[in-house]
Design a protein around this ligand. Structure first.
Ligand SMILES: NC(=O)c1ccc[n+]([C@@H]2O[C@H](COP(=O)([O-])OP(=O)(O)OC[C@H]3O[C@@H](n4cnc5c(N)ncnc54)[C@H](O)[C@@H]3O)[C@@H](O)[C@H]2O)c1
Length: 333
């Protein structure tokens, strides 16, 4: 486990749940005290030097949870050292870098995956079944909303979050990676995008609110909105409107996922097996993602998160920033 910040607890939880299969043999953080403290808790080796960790032959795979600009160089170095890699989203800071990583992993016969927890969120998995059953008919409109607060981290110029170099972008890069992955996974090709962005936190160099909309291959319209200034538990909302029904998912609602059959179905039907879990839904989905990666390595199979979709999500992100720079012009992806 490399990078022992905020998200590392969820990853650690995943490995703990798979402890019969996988062992965390080392942790690494450039902050000395973090590496030592975590190594003590887990009972494993603690590194502050990543190159040293890569020379450790006991290590088969690395899990990178570092600032965005380090995803590419650290993943590349790990693959070159013969280690399987899971990297937090986004896969890299550009689609070209992401393509290089996937090609390198393929050439070396190694697993590469992106820790895209969207793929393991219970409500989205339930929606996948509804879509497969054809219950919603032809999809006309999809809306996503990702909200939470990063105001404290964005306000601190010593942290990577609000730095253009460290983060590679704000909400579109950071939260957009989730929504664009979701659109590709459940609904297919993204054809066109246009974007608008805003910045409220003065100390930050990157946007903290954005709206990216466009069209999918089949003609459906999508609208995605991201904010880092909302003082609520981290949440996601997904609305899917089809010709024969709709599904509304809202992680702050109880029940969080409801299927509406038509315009008279005022009550709707909760999607089966999706309970309210305001603080746990993200943690569990992240843990399930690392568990799947660990199993993929052990079972010599592809992980459920196809890194190809991580590359495509980055292409949409790049087009969205280009659209912002060109007065929200609609662009082909
Ligand atoms: N899936 C999600 O919902 C989700 C949520 C939060 C963060 N993330 C992602 O997780 C990643 C990390 O985010 P975070 O919020 O945990 O960041 P963080 O700043 O809390 O942690 C990053 C850690 O990396 C360490 N680090 C920096 N440079 C290093 C180096 N060269 N070698 C070793 N360690 C180094 C830092 O000391 C820090 O402890 C990002 O890619 C972010 O987008 C995903």
């Amino acid at each position: 486990m490399v990078g022992l910040g905020l998200i590392s607890a969820a990853h650690g939880h995943g490995y703990e749940l798979e402890k019969d299969l996988v062992e965390v043999v080392a942790v690494c953080d450039s902050a000395d005290e973090m590496a030592a403290a975590r190594a003590k808790v887990i009972g494993c080796k603690g590194y502050t030097d990543y190159d040293e960790l890569l020379g450790d032959h006991e290590i088969d795979a690395v899990d990178l949870m570092v600032p965005h600009h380090l995803h590419f160089p650290m993943a590349k170095a790990a693959l070159e050292a013969g280690k399987h890699v899971i990297v937090e989203k986004p896969l890299a800071n550009s689609s070209v870098e992401a393509e290089q990583l996937v090609a390198l992993a393929k050439a070396k016969g190694l697993v590469i995956s992106v820790a895209e927890n969207t793929r393991f969120v219970a409500a989205y998995l339930a929606l996948q079944k509804v879509l497969e059953d054809g219950r919603l008919g032809e999809i006309r409109l999809i809306r996503t909303f990702i909200a939470g607060s990063e105001v404290v981290r964005l306000s601190d110029p010593t942290l990577w979050k609000g730095s253009r170099i460290g983060s590679g972008g704000g909400t579109i890069m950071d939260a957009g990676a989730h929504s664009f992955y979701l659109l590709y996974w459940l609904f297919g090709e993204i054809k066109k995008v246009r974007a608008v962005q805003y910045k409220m936190v003065p100390e930050s160099e990157v946007e903290d609110h954005a709206i990216v909309s466009g069209t999918l291959d089949g003609g459906a319209i999508f609208s995605t909105e991201f904010t880092f200034t909302a003082e609520i538990p981290w949440t996601e909302r997904l609305e899917v409107y089809g010709s024969t029904g709709s599904v509304i998912i809202d992680q702050l609602a109880d029940p969080p996922a409801v299927w509406y059959r038509d315009e008279w179905d005022a009550k709707g039907t909760p999607l089966e097996g999706v309970g309210s879990d305001v603080f746990g839904w993200k943690l569990h989905s992240i843990a399930d993602g690392v568990r799947d990666f660990a199993r993929a390595v052990v079972e010599h199979r592809a992980p459920q998160v196809d890194p190809e979709l991580g590359i495509r999500a980055l292409r949409v992100i790049e087009r969205a920033y280009e659209s912002v720079a060109r007065d929200s012009k609609e662009l082909e992806v």
